[in-house]
Design a protein around this ligand. Sequence first.
Ligand code: ADP
Ligand code: MG
Length: 411
Amino acid sequence: MAFLKAILPNCFKVKINDAIIHPEESKKNISSRLAVSDISDPELSFSVNDLSSNAIIGSNLHVFTHAQLKVITSDFSSCNFLGEGGFGPVHKGFIDDKIKPGLGGQPVAVKLLNLEGDQGHMEWLTEVVLLGQLRHPNLVKLIGYCWEDEQRLLVYEYMTRGNLENQLFRRCSTSLPWQIRMKIALDAAKGLAFLHEEEKPVIYRDFKASNILLDSDYTAKLSDFGLAKDGPEGSDTHVTTRVMGTPGYAAPEYMLTGYLTTRSDVYSFGVVLLELLTGRQAIDKKRPSREQNLVEWAKPFLRNVHKLNRLIDPRLEDQYSTQGAKKVAALAYKCLSQQPKSRPTMSNVVKILEPILDLKDIPIGPFVYVVPSFECKSGLKTKGNNEEKKKENKVQIISDQDDQGSAREKN
Ligand SMILES: Nc1ncnc2c1ncn2[C@@H]1O[C@H](COP(=O)(O)OP(=O)(O)O)[C@@H](O)[C@H]1O
Ligand SMILES: [Mg+2]
């Protein structure tokens, strides 16, 4: 709070009742980050000018007008629609040098606050203030914002492959390979670990597959910081809040009591890890009632390595590391512990996941043999040397029987 008072002497409607702030103290405070609690204090009114003044969140962010964002998204055209959560619709757009000189041509995603939706100005401001100050390769980059009358918009870097939920569960999409699933888990874990280890820790509070975005090379980044909270400081062990997260992902103690700690995020991380392992959604109403809640269904299998094959996503078709899967199952089990203190920290999770990416015990899967065209065949005949023969030997058409054989081996 002293920080705000020091840098914004005239911006608040309330009278600041502290003694005079010493210039040295204010300098020290300016270097520290503005916390969520600083902006959510109901006594303070945070204006558009406060936000755009570089002293608050630095000069990382560009300010857009609503008219500019209409041009960028072709008037929020439905063909540019990317997705929608509790906040409002997100559209793809393109910034060219004429609209914002200096930014260069680049695709962006523009999120528009739905004025009738569940979230409002505070969630919007939380996202601007946090993402404006926190930069990490596994957090989505906020490029700028628009605050004009009732309009509240956010402009992010565009993430080519959209969210993990669609990539993992959409029926028509091809299944994500094991290595990519593990990379996504590791990236997301790094993003959470960064938030938790900040000088002022941040609890993300809404960790789920639809809030993990994927780049063209499947780099995963956390997005959607509207529900994020400051973690406990000093001797406090938790913060108490209104229960907000998403059923199926939110930690049981948080759902029951509203007690929030960084370990609540660890629980949600465990749920996403299970989703990556099983290819099943945290809550799936289309399944038989015993299987609708993923954690409840999966826990008995997680404890028993002999039952692991019942858990693994059948779409992986046995192309996964058995050693890795055992370790991931054990890790998910710890993250999903009922006791928050028994869950690992996110930096521990990162340490456990890193070596799993190097495991090479992934069977080479069946592949489609494409019958060579006439030219190809004749080419092979004319060459007919040893090298070609070696190549031919490598081509095996894996029959159903072979497939079952390798499945049996796994079992
Ligand atoms: N930067 C982005 N690039 C690509 N798609 C995005 C981007 N941001 C959001 N989306 C899409 O929009 C959806 C909703 O965005 P999100 O930030 O989670 O909004 P909400 O706060 O409404 O949940 C995401 O699940 C994703 O599909
Ligand atoms: Mg979301």
